[in-house]
Design a protein around this ligand. Structure first.
Ligand code: ADP
Length: 562
């Protein structure tokens, strides 16, 4: 690229950056906007007023000057004419002398040395008629039109604007006044007196400069005042905004300092009142929540002992069921399954209340997630076989170790597998494991019932079930996914779901390799499957330890991040 093209590109870059910065400041800063608008409007107003004043003053000054020089030249002409009329010169030399004296009178009275005296065309060039006289500065500056008018109207007075050199020889605006003189014995002469208006122009220029400096100072002052006023007004609003941010971040004790009795103080007071109410409400709710958690925890603990007794008694009855009549034997079986369900529910409730109380401690150790996945699959094989589902593992290999609590991760995977089998309609269930530098991921894909968007959005809620009346074969409590999510979050990970009705679901667990908040986690597996509409994995599809078939997919129809 040539140097010119490079610098043009650099300049375009600067301009673009400048425009972007300006746009951002305009959008984000009320101060910037207000100052800029004030600056723009006051500049416009001052410009209009300045031009009007300057124009009026200039034309008044000029008008005054015109009247002054017309007066002066009229007096000068009258004086010169009087001296000419008083003379009785009859010969050439004395007519010349009297004319010279008249010209000196004109110079003296008019105050101008730029004089011209021309014989009119109707004055015969007789022997005693004095020759024309022309000051050098006036040479070529008197227009033919002015001369015609002076020639055509004896004793009339006319003027025109001309350019005359000032004292320094610089061109300056001027006026030339034309009238006539009657020289006795010779005839009528045109008399022109030139006045330069350099002083007037200087006065006007000085005034304009003073006006311009004043205008700039006024605009700067206005901008500074606007900035101060806006800042003064905005500061309490910024304080309220900062306080609301801290409040939203959980700092419930923070308040806006309220000073005075004006509208801003009213805003601060109203805000503080709202914060007080909010704090009281949240405290009440927190207390209530703690009470509820404690209640659940206490009840669960209290129920354990009687439940153990019931279970032992039930086991005894179950062991002897063959000796009972069929109806009683069936009751013993029912008692046993329901007691088991009760125990699971109690265990889940206790686990959830441990999370609520913040008393969960992970027992993390370096764990190979492929081995963990294999073990989970093995433990679920019997259930899968009951449902006619084929369990497949898909793990591309690589570094699949992570620092996790294996017991909890296994519980998550078993829960996901159990759900996939339960809702998988006898179709295959694929467990994928993959990793990258920052994280490991496990996903469980089934091709079964799937869920609606609303159902997928609620799937991690406690005790929530899409269809509570559905027959359960593994005795789910509705707490499985809620606990799984707590487990994932406790590891600094995520658990999310993709689901489509009639097409199955994908639950994806992503766990950071190491707990470090500064590392940006990139999920090693896509949430949406590459085959969202497939009714099952194809024949060449995933096998245990087969190649990774997961790839980037189009945006999910029903995706929920947990
Ligand atoms: P449980 O399985 O004990 O009912 P979970 O918390 O594990 O509780 O699941 C909650 C609900 O989410 C289930 O009752 C079911 O309706 C829905 N669900 C979970 N996994 C799937 C899945 N793979 N396919 C369809 N629905 C599912």
């Amino acid at each position: 690229m040539s140097i010119a093209a490079e610098s043009a590109e650099r300049a375009t870059g600067w301009v673009r950056r400048g425009v972007r910065r300006f746009g951002s400041a305009w959008r984000h800063s009320l101060q910037f906007r207000t100052v800029l608008i004030t600056l723009g409007l006051s500049s416009l107003a001052i410009l209009v007023i300045g031009f009007t004043i300057s124009f009026t003053v200039a034309s008044n000054l000029f008008q005054g000057q015109v009247e002054r020089v017309l007066g002066l030249s009229s007096t000068a002409r009258a004086a010169a004419q009087a001296s000419l009329d008083a003379s009785d010169a009859a010969d050439r030399a004395s007519v010349q002398a009297v004319t010279n004296s008249a010209v000196r009178t004109v110079i003296g009275v008019s105050g101008s040395s730029d004089i011209a005296l021309f014989r009119t065309p109707d004055t015969p060039a007789g022997s005693i008629a004095p020759p024309d006289f022309l000051s050098p500065d006036l040479g070529g500056r008197i227009s033919a039109e002015l001369r015609e008018r002076v020639q055509g109207n004896p004793e009339g007075q006319y003027w025109q604007s001309i350019e005359l050199p000032d004292q320094n020889g610089e061109p300056a605006p001027g006026i030339v006044v034309g009238t006539d003189l009657l020289i006795p014995g010779a005839g009528r002469y045109e008399l022109y007196i030139g006045y330069d208006l350099a002083d007037t122009e200087q006065t006007l220029a000085f005034m304009q400069l003073t006006g311009a400096v004043g205008a700039v100072a006024l605009i700067a002052l206005l901008s500074a005042i606007t900035l101060i006023v806006v800042r003064w007004l905005i500061e309490p609003i910024l304080a309220v905004a900062a306080t609301s941010r801290r409040l939203a971040a959980g700092d419930l004790g923070v308040r806006v300092p309220a000073k005075g009795e004006d509208e801003l103080a009213a805003l601060a007071e109203a805000f503080n009142g709202m914060a007080d109410t909010l704090q009281a409400r949240i405290r009440d709710l927190a207390e209530l929540s703690v009470m509820q958690q404690r209640f659940v925890s206490d009840v669960s603990h209290e129920l354990r002992t009687p439940l153990t007794t019931i279970r032992l008694a039930g086991d005894v009855l179950y062991g002897q069921r063959e000796d009972f009549p069929p109806a009683t034997a069936r009751t013993a079986e029912l008692l046993r399954t329901q007691t088991e369900r009760f125990e699971t529910l109690l265990a889940d409730l206790l686990e959830i209340s441990r999370y609520d109380a913040g008393s969960v401690e992970l027992e993390s150790e370096p764990t190979n997630l492929v081995h963990l996945a294999e073990e989970s699959i093995e433990s679920m094989r019997a259930l899968a076989a009951d449902h006619g589902s084929d369990l497949r593992l898909e793990a591309p290999g690589g570094h699949l170790d992570a620092e996790v609590d294996p017991r909890r991760i296994q519980r998550i995977v078993r829960n996901l597998l159990g759900n996939a089998i339960e809702h998988g309609e006898g179709r295959p269930v694929v467990l994928s494991v993959d990793s990258n530098a920052t994280a490991v991921a496990l996903s469980v894909r089934d091709y079964g019932l799937g869920m609606s968007e609303e159902a997928a959005a609620r799937v991690f809620d406690r005790f929530w079930r899409a269809d509570p009346s559905r027959r359960r074969s593994i005795g789910g409590t509705g707490l499985g996914l809620a606990i799984a999510l707590e487990d994932a979050v406790a590891h600094g990970g995520t658990l999310d779901v993709w689901s489509r009705e009639g097409r199955g679901s994908v639950f994806r667990l992503v766990l950071p390799r190491v707990r470090d908040a500064s590392v940006r986690i990139v999920a090693p597996l896509e949430l949406e499957p590459p085959d969202p509409d497939a009714a099952g994995p194809d024949a060449s599809g995933p096998d245990a330890h087969g190649p990774d078939s997961a790839g980037p997919g189009v945006p999910a129809e029903e995706v929920r991040d947990a």
